[in-house]
Design a protein around this ligand. Structure first.
Ligand code: AMP
Length: 190
């Protein structure tokens, strides 16, 4: 069973590529950012907690994210492969994912890291701020999210590298080119 983690800084194109991957490889797409936004929209207890962190550009606490993810995964068919978009974002989450996958009788197949330079990320995020109504896409929050990414999320790469599950992907070029690079890697794993 194919279980993919798509990884990268805010603005690296995780969401766009995840949707394409889910469709082509018949995977369930789970975006923890989307789970948070849905919880906020529905004004749930977890949503209230998530909003207070997201609006500051900070990470939502591991426990809250893991609870939301668990609830989502419980509803999936047992043999459904998954693409994880925006999770894990901390080493603690990466460790939790091992256990979660074990409970489902499976494991992570690969982590794809979309590599994009900081200048390009900033310009993409500012452009997205103009077209999407996301409370966390403003200059101050964007800078904070990139800082949080470098401090708390980057160590996740090393975690997967040690397990030999790490694959860097050049994240610049047009959407189809990037998707082609990803497909080449995933076709090898199928
Ligand atoms: P995203 O849509 O993936 O860019 O996520 C938007 C925001 O949701 C992030 O900036 C975080 O505040 C929060 N978030 C999403 N996924 C996670 C996660 N795995 N751990 C902690 N916070 C998260």
């Amino acid at each position: 069973m194919l279980n993919v983690v798509i990884f990268g800084a805010p603005g690296s194109g995780k969401g766009t590529q995840s949707k394409l991957i889910a469709e082509k490889f018949n995977l369930a797409h789970v975006s923890t950012g989307e789970l948070c936004r849905r919880a906020i929209h529905n004004n749930t207890h977890e949503g209230v907690i998530a909003k207070s962190f997201i609006d500051k550009g900070e990470l939502v606490p591991d426990e809250t994210i893991i609870d939301m993810l668990d609830a989502f995964l419980e509803k999936l068919p047992i043999d459904q492969g998954i693409i994880f978009d925006g999770f894990p974002r901390t080493v603690a989450q990466a460790e939790a994912l091992i256990e979660i996958m074990q409970e489902h009788g499976t494991k992570v197949s690969v982590l794809l890291n979309l590599e994009v330079e900081r200048e390009e990320l900033l310009s993409r995020l500012l452009k997205r701020a103009e077209t999407e109504d996301r409370s966390d896409d403003n200059m101050e929050t964007i800078k904070k999210r990139l800082e949080v990414y470098e401090e708390q999320t980057l160590p996740v790469i090393e975690f997967y590298r040690k397990k030999r599950l790490y694959k860097p992907i050049k994240g610049v070029g047009n959407i189809d080119e990037i998707f082609g690079r990803i497909s080449d890697v995933l076709n090898e794993l199928k």
